[in-house]
Design a protein around this ligand. Sequence first.
Ligand code: MG
Length: 392
Amino acid sequence: MLNRPVSAVVPFCALVLTVAPAVADGPFYGDPPNATHPWAVHDMNRPQPPLVTPGTFSTAEQPGRPPSDAIVLFDGTAATLDKWEADKNPAEPTKWIVKDGALQCVPGSGYIRSKDQFGDCQLHVEWAAPTKAEGHSQGRGNSGIFLMGQTEIQVLDNYDNPTYPDGFAASVYGVNPPYANALRAPGEWQIYDIIFRRPIYQDGKMLDGGRFTVMLNGVVVQDATPLEGGGGHKGRSNDHPLLDKGPLKLQDHGNPVRYRNIWYRLLPARGIDGGDMGALSPEAATAKKLVLAKSIRGDAAKLQGQAKLLRMMESLCYELDAATGKEVASGIAAWVTAVKQTPATGMEAKKGEIMQMRDAVKYLVQFKFLPEGLTALPEIEEIIKGNGWEKR
Ligand code: MG
């Protein structure tokens, strides 16, 4: 559903409708919050996704533009070289050079690393092996992209160059080969789009071992591949905690590999990492629901009449606050009394709000946010039946 009104105005909108069926963009519609989900299904109280202006795709001739919220690490200018430092001697500027809009490894100068430190991310990197293919296996166009400085997505010219599969271009080095060899010829730009989730440990217990998803030139070659500790050369690694963030490192493996258009976007935290997407722990879900209930009650305080009552009713889905429950019960009773006193000639004009209140009360009773024996519900049903509105 797109372009839906914010929930705060839904009750008001409903008041001016002549007919108010249960609508997908209002409350009392999808399953309510539960023990591990702080939001209802289709909950308009949930924040709207932030706006991001998409970038443009790269061509062979020129790099594309990053999305608007990307953090650029190299854009082809010498100025962005300042975002990098030598890995072994960070006080020294990197000896890698910027040439023709590319960041080029100077063999023997050592790894470089970003001054930025980050963990979970979407990372975009473009690289090109030397046009003249020299060497073989791991000795041809070798570099590497180390997330958090620790685990390598291999950079290697495997265009026509077999090597051990778990050391192929776009492998999680020493852990998992890429699903396919989708490389372009040496000298051409190769595009990596990487989604990285770091391992998460709590009290020494692994909650999430971390994973890589990688696209090579638009082809999926790693799909949530477990880190298994991050891999490495010769030895099999084991799952272990890592720091929460670290620098991006680019490898000097003795080949003048070039890079361009390097940027990353930070990803929302997972539920186990303090985020609020997906299923949460019962404690985190409860805490979030209390915040939502307070916010909704705050909205209600700014409203009047039925809109206020409906918003208060909605808050009960997040917190069965006793005082609010009592106020809601008396509010519904007063609303029913007022409707009963409406002259018959004025009932049709109230049809929308009456149907809306019936749906809301019915929902809250169904999901046990209001008592099953609430007399208001059959009373409202009777009013609807009496006016012949039951068949909508
Ligand atoms: Mg390498």
